[in-house]
Each structure stands twice: as structure tokens, then as C-alpha cells.
Ligand binder design. Structure first.
Ligand SMILES: [Zn+2]
Length: 432
């Protein structure tokens, strides 16, 4: 398996050396050019010169999405507007979006890190890659497009939606690589089957590069089975660069972080203390080569753990485990902490039900109540009271034994739940 860059094979010592050098440069850059950071550092009683080792990074204050909101639109930019060559923004579900900018060099870095994760996933210049992320203000599609082109793959910028046409193009252009969210990839497979096309034998997919939403091993198994592909997961966030922060190699032991561009830490989300390697906590990322928007110790809200032990693929960069949840989507049901991804893990492990589901959380009197709509996999099942009852009991008891929650289960007809063309909305919390 090819490794795109020698930077992915450096010794731990060399990686740390590069990280420290670039961190110092970034700290000076924000201290001098971003008044907001200058004040924040001053309030915390720390100057860039106080950072003498990589570990000293923890002396610096954390940055949150709230900081970006408060400085909307360009308050955290570290370069003048004439150096910005691209803008993106994330959705603002409440109020204003979060705006990010790129210099020419930032775009170059973006292409590079995408080329690396595409290579990890198996993509070469022999491949044709269909991008089903939306081209627009979101960061996903453009970064992937340019990085894949850097690898030499032929890019089909389909954008999101138009599912039947996606299938037609996949067939006619002989697409070998599918880029999108895991939930949309499953929806595509379902649609192909409905159109009378077997996704495994009548289409040409070899690889799936998935991201944009969390996924589980059970989801991967479903995707690989439905399409006959090798699927890898990758991780990113528009505030940090977009996709390209980390990607999975084919040893499937976590996502390799592009550590010469990003420093990762894990903190306890409650005490904000840095945790030792291997501990589960919130991922904090500091980009160390960004010019336009270098955020310092950005709180991703994603829960994971880090591993720097050698990987079978030959890369030496640290790996982050699959995201097991977000600090802000953790559900507390009757005092039990549950992540929607854990519920998904249980559901996808049960035969007879589909991969689409919806979680509703509500109050019944003073008590939390969780209800889950689950699609059965075929119509016949709905006709047998015995089978339905068995299935119902199996789901209920597994959720209780594995996660410790009592959930109301509603088995619904195949394909009756809404399909998403981007990130799936799995949870509706009606308590607030
Ligand atoms: Zn690896």
C-alpha cells in the first residue's frame, strides 16, 4: 500500500520537533495579528514565549465555536482580506454561520492532507471518484475534489441529492470510489437495488471514503456488504480545515492524524484537564500551518482517544479512534449517559431490521422517555405477529442489557422513515 508523503513516516521524535517549531510560529502569528487572541492570552497570563515545550500547549486557553460566533464574521482571521482566496461557512442552525477563510497556502495544505487520506483509502490515479457532498458553502466537497485531483483520480463533482441520477452516472462513468456520508451511501445502495441494479455486481465501486458524520463498525459492515467495497472513514471539521484532519488506513486501527499540520490533545470535558494517551475524552485540535484562521486548542466536542503505537501500514502518525459521540449530543436518559452512536451499534447488530432509525426523547411526567422508530427489513415480517413480537423483545432487551436503558420501540414499514442526503438527523430531543 502506497504512503503519499514521507511526512507520514517520521519518527515520533521528528514529528514532535516539527510540531513544536510550527506551533511557536503559529502562536506568534495569532498573538501579533489577532487582537482577540492577544487579549485572551493576556487574560490567561501567558505569552507565546512562555511555551517552551510541546506539553506547554496546555497552558493556553481553549477556543470554542462560541469564540467564532462572537467574532463573526472575520474576527479570528489572522491575515488581511486581500490574502483570503476562499471562504466557506458552516450551517448556522441558530443565527449566524461560522465563517472560515483560506489563503493560497492554506488551500495547498488542504490538497496535500486530502491526497494523503485518499491514498490511505486505496485511491490512485486509476480511480474515478464520485463526490456526493454538496458543492457550496460547506467545506466537504471542494477540499476532497482538489485533493483527489492531486492524487490523479478522475473526479465527478455530482454534489448531493438526485439519487437516481447518481446511480446512472456511477454506472455509465464506471465510478470506482464513492465519497459521501455513510448514511447516504446506504441510501444509494438501496436506490440502486430498487432500480433493478445490483450495487455489488453491476456497478464498479471498489472504495468508499466516508465522513461528515460519525459511523460505527456495524455501519461499515453494512456498507462493505451492500457495495462490495473497502470503506474507510475520515475526519475533519470546517473550523480546522474541512475534511483532511485524519483518515483511516487499511489496517483499520483508527484514523491517522496529519500531525505535521495538526496537534491533537484529549481533555476531560468537565475539568478541561489534558488526559494521558489512551484515555477517552474530548478531542482538542490546534492547526499549526494555517495562515488565515489558526485556531488555538479548538474544542471539537467529539469524543475519542489517541494511540501513537506503530501501525501495520507503516505510518507513524498518531491515530484517533472512531468518534463515539459528541459532548453535546450525549443523551442523559433517566441518569444514564447514552450516545446515539451506541444505540446505532446495538440496532445494526440485530437481524431483521434496516439501517434507518429515529430516536425521540421526551418527558413523560418527570421521567425521561426514549422512543425509537426502527424499520423492519421486509414487509413479510410485519404480517407475522410472532416474528414481530420476537424482534420487538430482542431490540428491547439488547438495549437494556448493553446500554442500560428502557426504550419504547416502534417497528415501522421498510423505507418509511425519511432518508437524508447529507448528515442524517437521528435524534429529536423534545424535552427542551
Ligand atoms: Zn495505519
Amino acid at each position: 500500500m502506497k504512503i503519499w508523503s514521507d511526512k507520514e513516516k517520521l519518527s515520533r521524535e521528528e514529528i514532535r520537533k516539527i510540531q513544536f517549531k510550527r506551533l511557536k510560529k503559529t502562536l506568534n502569528h495569532v498573538y501579533e495579528n489577532v487582537p482577540y487572541y492577544h487579549e485572551k492570552f493576556t487574560a490567561a497570563g501567558v505569552k507565546p514565549v512562555d511555551i517552551r515545550t510541546l506539553e506547554d500547549l496546555r497552558l493556553l486557553p481553549l477556543t470554542t465555536k462560541e469564540d467564532l460566533r462572537q467574532t463573526y464574521p472575520f474576527g479570528l482571521f489572522a491575515v488581511p482580506k486581500n490574502k483570503i482566496v476562499r471562504y466557506h461557512a458552516s450551517s448556522g442552525t441558530t443565527g449566524k454561520p461560522t465563517v472560515v477563510g483560506y489563503t493560497k497556502n492554506d488551500l495547498k495544505v488542504w490538497r496535500e492532507v486530502i491526497a494523503r487520506i485518499a491514498t490511505m483509502g486505496g485511491v490512485t490515479n486509476q480511480d474515478t471518484a464520485q463526490i456526493t457532498f454538496g458543492f457550496g458553502l460547506f467545506t466537504g466537497a471542494f477540499g476532497l475534489q482538489q485533493g483527489l485531483e492531486k492524487v490523479g483520480a478522475g473526479v465527478i463533482p455530482m454534489s448531493s441529492g438526485n439519487t437516481q441520477k447518481q446511480i446512472m452516472i456511477m454506472q455509465d462513468f464506471q465510478t470506482t470510489t464513492l465519497i459521501g456520508t455513510p448514511s447516504y451511501a446506504l441510501h444509494l445502495a438501496e436506490t440502486a437495488t430498487e432500480m433493478g441494479i445490483d450495487p455489488k455486481t453491476e456497478l464498479f465501486l471498489k472504495y468508499g471514503l466516508f465522513g461528515g458524520e460519525g459511523s460505527t463498525e456495524e455501519m461499515r459492515a453494512k456498507l462493505n456488504e451492500a457495495w462490495g467495497i473497502i470503506s474507510t472513514e475520515n475526519y475533519g471539521m470546517s473550523e480546522l480545515i474541512g475534511p483532511g484532519v485524519s483518515g483511516e488506513c487499511q489496517a483499520f486501527k483508527g484514523m491517522h492524524i496529519n500531525e505535521d499540520h495538526f496537534i491533537a490533545e484529549i481533555i476531560d470535558p468537565n475539568t478541561l484537564e489534558v488526559l494521558p494517551e489512551g484515555s477517552v475524552g474530548e478531542l482538542i485540535i490546534t492547526p499549526i500551518t494555517k495562515e488565515a484562521l489558526p485556531l488555538i486548542r479548538y474544542r471539537t466536542k467529539d469524543i475519542t482517544k489517541l494511540d501513537t503505537t506503530p501501525c501495520d501500514c507503516g505510518r507513524t502518525t498518531a491515530r484517533m479512534a472512531k468518534i463515539t459521540g459528541r459532548t453535546d449530543d450525549m443523551l442523559i436518559i433517566g441518569g444514564v449517559n447514552v450516545f446515539p452512536s451506541q444505540i446505532e451499534g446495538v440496532l445494526l447488530g440485530i437481524k431483521g431490521i434496516g439501517s434507518n432509525y429515529q430516536i425521540r426523547v421526551m418527558k413523560k411526567g418527570y421521567l425521561d422517555r426514549i422512543e425509537i422508530d426502527v424499520e423492519v427489513i421486509n414487509q413479510d415480517l410485519l404480517l407475522s405477529v410472532t416474528l414481530l413480537d420476537q424482534l420487538y423483545k430482542e431490540i428491547e432487551s439488547k438495549l437494556h442489557t448493553i446500554l442500560g436503558i428502557h426504550a419504547g420501540i416502534h417497528l415501522v414499514e421498510p423505507k418509511s422513515l425519511a432518508r437524508s442526503e447529507g448528515k442524517a438527523k437521528r435524534v429529536i430531543d423534545m424535552r427542551s
